[in-house]
Design a protein. Structure first.
Length: 214
């Protein structure tokens, strides 16, 4: 059973999300719960709080994504589509030309992404591939949630992508320390916002990244 009053109680009202979009997000969360019986999309312990812990948590990045210089967003290690499917649903009415590209090596999870994309008529491109094996990729923004630690994401961005403008990541309660450690090795600019769903977490948008002494 998921939160039955998601539309009524959601924090996404502050993001100017339409009721039609909210209904699609709620239906998407129900689809995750239903398929979670067959595929490990999210932890069983987070099923009851899926709308806050996963849907709203993913959706809060929309104000970092909905920019004129971001036309494509690549979600690496997307799993159930968090945050990529959520962002594609949110952007569908804001900017139909906006595309989300997925790299998910799991056959079953990538098929789930394809099903959800078709179900909600989303502008997506889904690759059942291992992101570590891909080269010369192009995108405007790279986004990742609960996939790999910050240093690994920075390596992927600079090694496997030919062009990108931004990296958007979710950091937990040790996020500040993680940033400090990364800045010892990398030069980059970043903007941060406090998470809507956790007082201890941050969402960061990194740009102008370059490895020190590299």
């Amino acid at each position: 059973m998921i939160d039955s009053n998601f539309i009524k109680n959601t924090k996404l009202d502050s993001l100017n999300v339409s009721r039609e979009t909210l209904r699609e997000l709620e239906d998407y969360s129900s689809s995750i719960i239903s398929r979670n019986k067959e595929i490990n999309l999210i932890s069983k312990s987070s099923e009851k709080s899926i709308n806050i812990r996963h849907i709203e948590d993913s959706a809060q990045t929309i104000d970092l994504i909905d920019k004129k210089d971001i036309k494509t967003c690549t979600d690496i290690g997307s799993g159930a589509g968090l945050p990529g499917i959520v962002l594609a649903i949110l952007m569908k009415r804001k900017n139909p030309q906006f595309k989300v590209i997925f790299y998910e090596k799991s056959f079953h999870k990538s098929n789930f992404l394809k099903e959800m994309s078709k179900k909600y008529n989303l502008n997506t491109e889904i690759h059942q591939k291992n992101i570590f094996e891909e080269k010369n990729l192009n995108t405007d923004a790279i986004i990742s949630r609960a996939f790999k630690p910050l240093p690994v994401i920075l390596d992927i961005a600079t090694t496997n992508f030919k062009n990108f403008k931004y990296i958007i990541l979710f950091l937990g309660k040790s996020g500040k320390d993680t940033l400090k450690d990364a800045l010892k090795i990398w030069k980059f600019e970043y903007e941060e916002k406090k998470s809507l769903t956790s007082e201890e977490s941050l969402v960061i948008k990194i740009s102008n990244i370059k490895k020190k002494n590299g």
